[in-house]
Design a protein around this ligand. Structure first.
Ligand SMILES: NC(=O)c1ccc[n+]([C@@H]2O[C@H](COP(=O)([O-])OP(=O)(O)OC[C@H]3O[C@@H](n4cnc5c(N)ncnc54)[C@H](O)[C@@H]3O)[C@@H](O)[C@H]2O)c1
Ligand SMILES: [Zn+2]
Length: 678
């Protein structure tokens, strides 16, 4: 196949040049700007084509070809760190036959007929960093950069709570360089993008780019606010005890207190087991809180690794076996426009329903006009859609050859589709917004948010009911909910007597609420659950909060100028004040939060705990312990759960927690955690 003697035609030479230029442009967008314009799968295809051509015509290889080097240039705004051992990339394989080839080739290079032992780990879709520990203390943290020189991000990395500042050992190695990935959980990514969208900032394309953008901040406080995590998967230099295997390295890292993915890593005795574990990871990727984009297989023996050595770009003893994105094509029937709580108009592609990896998909957000223009998406287009780790599908590209002759470019309307008021795009913002403050669409979203589970939690008050209540004029703001009669609710469509009573009861129940939830439910711009908690920990009630000015608010740790401004404007607005007053007179009774001591803050503040199994103390007692330590108790395990406390005969919740990678505590561990707090 690799015809060493083949002479490249001019067409081939041109193609290679064009590919290099395109790939360099994408590298710049991806590594330097953290803002890719194509999907990884599309990028990998271009890269693979270039590699194939270079294999076929080795004389075309130049030292500056993207295939011969790693990543992007370090940004100049950071100090630079030279890596003692270069941080390389990994070569990719995409199917089982390539996997078997890799095994055969490696055996041949090692001159062995025996099965090879591999460690198979999830390929974490994050940002590569190196952490340098001197005598057990974190001294430097650097990004990979171009492989030789990275950016000094020590101050930022120190804010990541997963990264120990001191290793857990008495006899520390004099020097240990730890390599791993900085990641952002999907939930945090969604929250961050939602927030950015509301503020009119550009959103991040995926959690990896968001993590990269968050670690490369000049202000470590921004990094700290992003809730990044870290998982170690290898080492650079060690001056101390050096294990003999990759598996030994992982065990060593774990014993030092570094987070390592042991639960998802398998030591395999042959390539068949590698394939099995790859499939296992592929099937379970959706259950993880963060994204993985493949499996990495590494030769276990470090001696064998040394024999195999490296290329300019990647080790010969490891390879990334990437997952194929789940893709298919379908037709866009029409583009609808939704109106959010802040009046944002969001175009949504309504598609011919189609199954992508077992999930039926019929809608995909097109985000905003810039996105629509960039992909040139039109009504009636056949499109390729893709579902990555998440269930939320995206339109990858338009199949322009199949485009109907009469198709026209799509523009988000200049009027709100719901109230007809004008929709305006302010300079510097990505979104068009409906200008009408009393727009029914905005009102419905406001009520939906108000009643939602993490806000006032009015069970049974769903979208259909809210629509009717707003459309019939029964509800003009959230306070009106507490003045509805049972008769009014019963008069709504499909409302049986029983259900009406249930709704009345849940509205009544919702009056008992903590003050942070209450504040959150009002839906102030920029005030999410976390910020609401910070504010209501600082002040006993909303009335006191509304007496503060922006200067006072900014004194609070975690409150910046934008949030302060948002709170002050909202709470000074007469209609809002009136509404809050009506809520309180209706009997809504926000309870002040306990003000935990600083020590407690570090342990359970803002954490969600789930109990399962039989504990030696009543659940209500256990719940109280968590709440005094600043945490909350939830009934079900999800990605948002921080701890699951497992008593005797713990059941399915425990299994679920393990599946999601949630920390599981025994009752004793739980007690010492709480005691440490008090
Ligand atoms: N969309 C775009 O425009 C664009 C542009 C450039 C690159 N990319 C994407 O980035 C990839 C290239 O980036 P890359 O050089 O960082 O390579 P990569 O991300 O594909 O793989 C190499 C990296 O994987 C990381 N990694 C994760 N888990 C690991 C584990 N368990 N063990 C060892 N390493 C692990 C390491 O940090 C290593 O540096 C491309 O394949 C493409 O998917 C996309
Ligand atoms: Zn409107």
């Amino acid at each position: 196949m690799s015809g060493q003697n083949a002479i490249p035609s001019q067409d081939i030479i041109d193609e290679v040049e064009a590919l290099r230029k395109t790939i360099r442009d994408h590298d710049f967008n991806y590594y330097v700007l953290d803002s890719p314009e194509i999907t990884d799968a599309e990028y990998d295809k271009l890269f693979r084509r270039l590699q194939d051509l270079e294999t076929q015509y080795p004389e075309l290889i130049t030292p500056d070809s993207p295939t011969q080097r790693v990543g992007g240039k370090p940004l100049e705004k950071f100090g630079q760190v030279r890596h003692a051992i270069p941080m390389v990339s990994l070569s990719n394989i995409f199917d089982e036959s390539e996997l078997l080839e890799f095994d055969v080739r490696t055996k041949r290079s090692l001159g062995t007929g025996n099965e090879l032992s591999y460690v198979v780990e999830p390929k974490l879709d994050g940002v590569a960093v190196e952490l340098i520990y001197e005598n057990g203390f974190l001294s430097t943290a650097a990004t990979r950069g171009d492989g030789f020189t990275g950016e000094d991000v020590t101050a930022n990395v120190r804010t990541i709570k997963w990264i120990p500042l001191k290793l857990q050992t008495r006899a520390s190695d004099a020097l240990l360089e730890v390599r791993g990935e900085i990641l952002m959980n999907r939930a945090d990514f969604d929250r961050l993008n939602e927030k950015r969208e509301k503020r009119g900032f550009a959103t991040f394309a995926n959690p990896r780019n968001a993590a990269a953008g968050s670690i490369r901040q000049l202000d470590p406080r921004i990094t700290a606010s992003r809730n990044l995590r870290f998982i170690a998967h290898g080492v650079g230099r060690i001056e101390g005890s050096i294990p003999e295997t990759q598996y030994g390295i992982l065990e060593k890292l774990q014993s030092l207190g570094l987070p390592v993915n042991m639960g998802l890593t398998r030591l395999c005795e042959n390539i068949q087991q590698v394939l099995e574990h790859y499939r296992y990871l592929r099937e379970n990727r959706d259950t993880l809180p963060y994204e993985i984009d493949g499996a990495v297989l590494k030769i276990n023996s470090l001696d064998e690794q040394a024999i195999l050595g490296m290329t300019a770009r990647s080790p010969r003893w490891a390879v990334a076996f990437k997952f194929q994105p789940l893709r298919t094509s379908t037709q866009i029937l029409r583009i609808e426009v939704g109106v959010g709580r802040t009046g944002t108009l969001t175009p949504v592609a309504i598609m011919e329903p189609v199954s992508v990896g077992g999930v039926t998909v019929s809608r995909a957000s097109l985000h905003n006009q810039d996105e629509v223009d960039r992909k040139d998406v039109r009504e009636g287009d056949m499109v390729v859609i893709q579902r990555a780790g998440d269930v939320i599908p995206e339109v990858v590209e338009v199949l322009k050859d199949l485009r109907p002759a009469d198709s026209r470019p799509y523009t988000i309307p200049d009027n709100c589709p719901v109230c007809g008021s004008s929709a305006v795009r302010l300079p510097g913002q990505a979104a068009k917004r409906c200008v009408n403050a009393t727009c029914p669409a905005r009102l419905k979203e406001t009520i939906r948010h108000f009643a939602s589970r993490n806000a006032m939690d009015i069970e049974g008050l769903g979208v259909k009911l809210i629509e009717q209540l707003v459309d019939l004029g029964h509800v003009k703001n959230p306070a009106d909910l507490y003045y509805l009669s049972k008769e009014t609710i019963k008069s709504l469509e499909r409302m049986a007597d029983k259900s009406a009573s249930n709704i009345v009861a849940s509205i009544e129940r919702s009056k008992t609420v903590t003050s942070d939830r209450f504040l959150y439910s009002l839906g102030l711009p920029l005030v999410g659950e976390h910020v609401a908690k910070i504010l209501m920990t600082a002040f006993p009630d909303v009335a006191t909060l509304s007496e503060q000015d922006t200067t006072a608010l900014q004194q609070i740790h975690g409150i910046g100028p934008e949030v302060a401004q948002s709170v002050v404007s909202y709470l000074r607005e007469p209609h809002n004040r009136d509404m809050i007053h009506r809520l309180l007179s209706a009997g809504v009774n926000p309870e002040p939060l306990a003000r935990p001591s600083d020590k407690i803050q570090t342990v359970l503040t803002g954490k969600t705990v789930v109990f399962t199994g039989t504990l030696s103390l009543p659940r209500s007692e256990a719940k109280k312990l968590v709440e005094t330590a600043g945490g909350t108790v939830s009934g079900s395990v999800s990605r948002k759960t921080d701890y699951v406390v497992a008593g005797d005969e713990a059941g399915s919740k425990l299994d679920k927690a393990r599946g999601l990678g949630v920390t599981v505590l025994s009752e004793d561990e739980f007690r010492s955690l709480v005691e440490a707090a008090s």
